[in-house]
Design a protein around this ligand. Structure first.
Ligand code: SF4
Length: 439
């Protein structure tokens, strides 16, 4: 009888936070001696890590579970949709087990039950940086799980619980392992990066024998010692965020801040129950730009939130005009099962939402195009992501992977992913840049 290690198939859907959960499960599977199978046929069972945030993600997740059941038959479901257990079980009663997000132990228990673990775990086969789903040269660094806020359109706290910060020593060790394995860019993620450490009262931990506080500024500063690109995501505009801007001005962390403002009308922000909604964000933005003129500001917005009047929406457009943000995503409000905003009065009709989205995007496309035009003629560093026979494509400090634009590099054939090159920008559209070698 063959003693080959059991093979586990893995399907990973959803946001970077879900990908980070997937990496942990994959790492644990390999640590225990399981093999990871690239095909349904060869797998002994399949784990599907799902997303349940909006309706289309729910559908995609249910389809993925259905496909895995049809192709393999033995399926364990985890992730955000798993937290809505009855949805999965009602649609696919034959799944073996269902867990919520961030449930490494429960997933492993289910795997052990249905495909017992090999007798001789090859723990030494697991590299210290774990198994990652992102390309070799960039990695997501998850610093906490859960969220203490209760935004009225969001169900993440009910799926993932209150904020739990990872110990700073553990986060730094993971970051160091990643850098030692060739990572050139660390993307710091969480639900609320600016709140890092609040739950442990900013406890002092240790990294490399020195004390470091569990706090965003101290984390950013420690990460800058690793000499790679450090990018901060999901930062709310609390006053203490001002402390990281000088680190950006000094070139220690990337001059890039992902701040999900969501709206600009104080009335709507209040109805959304957004964190830091009382801050004067325009004043804050102009103070940040004074300290670090090169800063790239990314944000997301929701239009058509219940109760949003034409005048609220116009306030948002005025804010956009004034703020001149570099990168912006915008969504129409859509009800999420279980969110308290569903019960708010004055829901906005769908055609009004769509009309506001179009007006918003028209304004922002122009702002974005103008800002990118201003980059023509500048020289900048680009991190190479992919190379084909003739050209390469990479990203500047202003571009986070997958959500922002890219820089197309003409004649970049000799480059390899992970190279940092100096280029001169020669062209731009409203999203991307084109560059040639710098003189
Ligand atoms: S800050 Fe608000 S939107 Fe973000 S995870 Fe927390 S509750 Fe949800």
């Amino acid at each position: 009888m063959s003693k080959a290690a059991p093979k586990i198939g893995f399907v990973s859907l959803g946001c970077p936070k879900a990908a980070s959960d997937s990496e942990r499960i994959l790492t644990q599977l390999r640590a225990e001696g399981y093999s990871i199978s690239g095909s349904y046929d060869e797998a002994d069972l399949v784990v599907v890590n799902t997303c349940g945030f909006i309706d289309s993600a729910v559908e995609e997740s249910l389809d993925a579970i259905g496909e895995a059941l049809a192709e393999n038959g033995k399926v364990i479901v985890t992730g955000c949709l798993g937290a809505k257990g009855d949805v999965v079980r009602t649609t696919h009663p034959s799944v073996l087990a269902v867990t919520g997000p961030h449930a490494l132990e429960e997933v492993m228990e289910a795997v052990h039950t249905h495909s017992p673990k090999p007798h001789d775990p090859y723990t030494d086969l697991v590299p210290p940086q774990g198994i990652r789903l992102t390309p070799q040269h960039y990695a997501y660094l998850k610093i906490s799980e859960g969220c203490n806020h209760r935004c009225s359109f969001c169900i993440i706290p009910s799926l993932r619980g209150d904020l739990v910060s990872r110990p700073i020593g553990e986060v730094m060790q993971e970051a160091e392992n990643l850098v030692n394995s060739g990572v050139r860019e660390l993307l710091v993620i969480s639900q609320d990066t600016s709140a890092y450490g609040v739950d442990v009262k900013y406890r002092t931990g240790f990294w490399g024998g020195r004390p470091v506080k569990t706090r965003m500024t101290e984390l950013a500063s420690a990460l800058s010692d690793l000499d790679v690109w450090v990018r901060l995501h999901y930062v709310y505009p609390y006053p203490h965020v001002d402390e990281v801007i000088p680190l950006m001005a000094d070139g220690k962390v990337l001059p890039y801040l992902d701040v999900p403002f969501q709206h600009a009308s104080p009335r709507i922000l209040k109805a959304m129950k957004r964190p830091a909604s009382g801050e004067n964000n325009l004043a804050r933005i102009s103070a940040w730009r004074e300290i670090c003129p090169d800063i790239t500001l990314r944000s997301t917005f929701i239009v058509g939130f219940p109760g949003e009047t034409e005048s609220d929406f116009e306030q948002l457009l005025e804010f956009m005009q004034e703020a001149q943000l570099d990168r912006v995503g915008c969504f129409t409000y859509s009800a999420v099962d279980g969110a308290s905003a569903n019960a708010l009065p004055d829901q906005v009709p769908e055609e009004v939402k769509q009309e506001r989205l179009a007006r918003f995007m028209e304004l922002q496309a122009k702002i974005s195009a103008d800002k990118l035009q201003q980059k023509i003629g500048q020289t900048m560093q680009v991190l190479v992501d992919a190379v084909d026979e003739e050209n390469a494509v990479g990203r500047s400090a202003a571009d986070a992977p997958e959500i922002d634009g890219v820089v197309y590099l003409e004649g970049g054939a000799g480059l390899v992913p992970g190279d940092l090159v100096e280029v001169e920008i020669v062209d731009a559209d409203e999203h991307d840049l084109w560059a040639g070698p710098a003189d």
